[in-house]
Design a protein around this ligand. Structure first.
Ligand SMILES: CC(C)(COP(=O)(O)OP(=O)(O)OC[C@H]1O[C@@H](n2cnc3c(N)ncnc32)[C@H](O)[C@@H]1OP(=O)(O)O)[C@@H](O)C(=O)NCCC(=O)NCCS
Length: 154
């Protein structure tokens, strides 16, 4: 199955919004970064099964704003393949650095670090200050954001 996954870059307007909202519940935030970003979509038999959004935030610096795989297709390797593709695309565009913000616990931490991201800093209270509704994972409220980064020039 994983060999049948195709990854292509699309216009932000073609991004599958249902998948983006699964990873980021704030539609205003998603709309805020989408149009300034690069959009990568994973398809299986022409169906969108994964998406990843990367926004330039400073010269040579990009931030992975959203990565999401359809629930029925998770844990089959699609997310890893999509993340690897995105890291290579950003590196090939001569970027210095790719950053991502994520919760301070949960499987996503291993998901990112397996592909080379390292912990950079903590953004205390990020999820309390930036989201109107509390966000829970594994029954624990997300409060702080961990900033991770890959530096391509090291
Ligand atoms: C994060 C996400 C994109 C990963 O995509 P995926 O296709 O499920 O990931 P993969 O199948 O490539 O898994 C890679 C590794 O991640 C970990 N992983 C992924 N999903 C997991 C889960 N639900 N529970 C535990 N570990 C998980 C595993 O270590 C897995 O490796 P393994 O299969 O060898 O055990 C997907 O789970 C998702 O869309 N989650 C909801 C949105 C989200 O949280 N996005 C990230 C915001 S920070």
């Amino acid at each position: 199955m994983i060999d049948s996954i195709q990854i292509k870059e699309t216009a932000p307007s073609e991004a599958p919004m249902d998948l983006l909202l699964q990873a980021d519940p704030s539609i205003s935030k998603v709309k805020g970064y989408l149009n300034r970003s690069r959009c990568f979509v994973a398809t299986l038999n022409e169906e969108s099964v994964g998406v990843c959004i990367v926004q330039p935030i400073a010269p040579g610096v990009n931030e992975l704003m959203n990565i999401s795989v359809a629930p029925e297709h998770q844990q089959k390797g699609i997310g890893r393949k999509l993340l690897q593709h995105v890291i290579l695309s950003i590196r090939d565009a001569k970027a210095e650095r790719l950053e991502v913000g994520t919760g301070t616990f949960g499987y996503q931490l291993a998901f990112y670090q397996r592909e080379g991201f390292r912990v950079d800093s903590i953004d205390k209270d990020f999820f309390l200050l930036n989201y109107e509704e509390p966000i829970y994972e594994d029954g624990i409220q997300l409060k702080d954001m961990l900033r991770l980064a890959i530096t391509f020039t090291e």
